[in-house]
Each structure stands twice: as C-alpha cells, then as structure tokens.
Design a protein around this ligand. Structure first.
Ligand code: ASP
Ligand code: MG
Length: 417
C-alpha cells in the first residue's frame, strides 16, 4: 500500500487536476491512499473570511471569490455540473452558518478554514469517478484524532492508529481519497494541524497504516540544497538521510512540513519527493542512508522577529531570569530559532506571529526592558564551506550570528515578512 499527497499548487487549475488523475492512473488503481490539500490559494481566502467576519463587504467579496473559483474548476471538469456544484454548496452554506454562529477565535478559524480540503476532496472524488477511477471518499476527521489546541491540533497517535484500521480492507478494493490538514477533537470539533500541514497528515496515515512509502508530488524536481526561487542552479538530491531532511525542515526549508519526517523515520518508511510536472524525473528519496560530502545546504526563513530582554538594574542575566523567559515562551508555545546572551541581556529570534509576540512582550516587560525588531530573515547554512561562510557573514544588515563546526546562522534585516 502506498500514500500519495498532492498540495494546493498541484490542484489549482482544471489542467492540473486532470494531470493528478493521469498520475494516479499510471501508478495505481487500488492500495493507494490519496491525501489532498485545498485547491490553490483557497486556505488564504478562508483565512480572509474569518479575519473579516465583521466587515461585511470584504467578507462577501471573499465568499464570492471562493464560490466562483471552485465553480470555474467544476465547470471545466464536468459535463454535468449540478451534482458537484450542489456538493460544494453544502460546504459553502456550512461556512456561512459557522461564521454567523457565536464561535470565536481559533475554534472558529478551524471550523471554517478546514472546509478548503473538504471541498477539494469532494471535487476530486467525483472527478475520479468520471475518469473511471473508483475511489472511496474518506472524512479524515474520522481517523485523525487530536486534542483541542485549535490551529495546531496535537495528534492522539493511539486513537488515530485504531481509527485507521478499517481502511486496510477498504484499500484493497479502492483508492481512498481524503483530506490533509484536518482532524477532530474528542468532543467533535474540527481542528487543523497548522498551515501546510497536509504533508504531516499524509505521514500520519503512512505510518499508522504501515504503508510501503509516502510520495509527495511537488512543483520542484526534488529536494534541493537551496530554494530555486532564490538560487539559479541548486543541486537536486537523489537521496537524503532522514536526519538531514529533518534538520533542513527545522531550519525553515519549506519543501516539506517539519513534522513529516519523524513518523516516517520512526517506522523506517521512505519519503519520495517527486516532480508533479514530469513524473519521469527521479525526484528525491529520503530514507535511512549515508551520503558522502553533501554540498552546503542554504535555508532562508523569513518573517523573523528578534527580541532582546535587558536587565534594568545592572545585575547580570541569571539562570532565574532565563527561566522566566523560557517559561513565558513555553506557555505561549513559541519556539526559539536562535538565541544569544550577554552580561545584561538575552536575545532570541522567533517566528513573527503578531498576536503571540504581543502577548510575549507584555509578559516579559514585567521583568525586563524589552526591545524588538521585525522584518528579519534567518539564514542557515549547513555543511558550509569557506566561500559560503564568508559570503553570508559579510553581507549587510547582519543583526546576530552564530556558528558551529558544521552550521552557520545569520539573522539579517531584509524587510521580508
Ligand atoms: N491547505 C492548507 C494550507 O494551505 C494545508 C496544506 O496545504 O498543506 O496551509
Ligand atoms: Mg499548501
């Protein structure tokens, strides 16, 4: 049994959806679980809907855009559109009802934003049928059990492993199509697993089902040593050890979601990153292996924020003060990406999520003088050589830097959110 995952970019136009069907047809007709994201930029649109819930005009615009986008896709893919349009309408009505309800905050967010995946999987399921591909539509929430940390649901692995068992006989007969990104709490609310979390969903299914591999279909040739949008000719890896891949995602490489590797590595199941446009390309195989002499891996993480806590009375930074800072970070579930201390101050770099950063600064100000900068980019170079080491350290706007024998990190002012 195999698992395939298709992201929003691979589903954003009717042509691409047709191509998804052709990939599936040429690879497998049963024993395949297909995990899909929302189409194109649907999740962003749904986020706009939630954010503008109280500004009616923007909300109406976003709702119309959402409907038109999916209707256009349906109209291009189906001869008889009424049935599929109606199925999508059900989801759109549920969105409207939820927005009009008394739900709020992250709970509201998850009930609405999760709809993108439900809509895309419904369209694909019907489309597969017209293409002669027999598929079973699965509501992923009946399998992926989480706690109620809305927007970043934590998976209950034991329950999830039990929930997926009925899929085993089903997969012998049919392709199963389901949604990435979404789960359900014990009391029946929908959760999401964090933006771009569909890769993680695919890894959860792969590992709990003990599938032979997970293939993530992407618009790149495979995993590369640098982002092709920033570097003209990066190297595509044929294979990569789990550990290297996990570290790359930790430092911010967005080719795969950071939580994807662990469930696969723990069960020693390979992850294949394949090119969507040209499936004949070899892609990258991430598995247990050793690769000699990896080239420098360069990872950019934008939208960083540097916070400095300064002791006001000329005492030195103490362990007790550090523990106050770490306690606040852990309570707000904020991860440090880089840190450094001096005699009277402690500085650290985190992802800039405005509401969390405001809460954090509010807490820290009770004990420290707090300074912060936004619009920063954290650049990590793993396995650096002399040339990359010099280039990155000498660039303008470096606010903080740190190096070990294998890794250099520089935090630079770029203005990039
Ligand atoms: N649709 C969700 C997002 O855009 C999940 C995913 O694409 O993986 O974040
Ligand atoms: Mg996506």
């Amino acid at each position: 049994m195999k698992v395939f995952k298709f992201g929003g970019a691979s589903l954003k136009t009717p042509e691409r959806i047709r191509h998804v069907a052709s990939i599936i047809r040429s690879h497998a007709t049963s024993d395949l679980l297909v995990v899909v994201s929302a189409m194109g930029k649907t999740t962003d649109l749904l986020e706009t809907l939630v954010a503008t819930n109280r500004t009616p005009q923007t909300m109406t615009d976003a709702r119309l855009a959402l409907k038109k986008y999916h209707y256009d896709i349906i109209d291009a893919l189906f001869k008889d559109t009424s049935f599929v349009r109606a199925a999508v309408d059900v989801q759109l009505e549920e969105i409207a009802d939820t927005l009009a309800s008394s739900l709020e905050g992250d709970l509201l967010y998850d009930q609405v934003v999760s709809k993108g995946e439900l809509i895309s999987s419904v369209i694909l399921h019907h489309y597969f049928a017209t293409e002669g591909i027999k598929s079973h539509w699965l509501d992923a929430r009946t399998c992926i059990s989480t706690d109620s940390s809305f927007r970043e649901g934590k998976v209950d692995w034991t329950l999830t492993a039990t929930n997926v068992q009925p899929l085993v006989p089903l997969l012998k007969e049919n392709i199963v199509i389901t949604q990435g990104f979404i789960g359900r709490t014990p009391d029946g609310f929908t959760t999401t697993l964090g933006r771009e979390g569909s890769d993680y969903t695919a890894a959860i299914f792969t590992s709990t089902l003990g599938a032979e591999s997970l293939t993530i279909w992407k618009d790149v040739a495979g995993v590369m040593n640098a982002d092709p949008k920033r570097f003209p000719s990066p190297v595509v890896f044929e294979e990569l050890p789990f550990k290297e891949a996990a570290e790359m995602t930790y430092y911010g490489a967005n080719v795969i979601h950071p939580k994807t590797i662990k469930p696969l590595a723990n069960k020693n199941i390979p992850l294949l990153v394949k090119n969507f446009d040209d499936p004949s390309l070899p892609g990258t195989r991430i598995h247990e292996c050793t690769v000699d002499q990896l080239p420098p891996l360069i990872v950019f993480k934008d939208n960083q924020c540097l916070i400095s806590c300064k002791v006001t009375d000329y005492t030195f930074i103490s362990e007790e003060q550090l523990s106050i800072i770490f306690h606040a970070l852990s309570e707000l579930d904020i991860r440090i990406n880089l840190m450094q201390n001096s005699a009277i101050s402690f500085s650290f770099c985190i992802d800039f999520r405005e509401s969390k950063v405001i809460k954090l600064i509010g807490r820290l100000q009770k004990r420290f003088e707090v300074y912060y900068n936004t619009g920063l980019t954290l650049i990590t170079i793993k396995n650096y050589d002399e040339a990359t080491f010099d280039t990155y350290r000498k660039q303008p706007g470096v606010m903080m830097e740190q190096s070990s024998r294998s890794t250099l990190q520089v935090l630079v002012k770029t203005g990039n959110p």
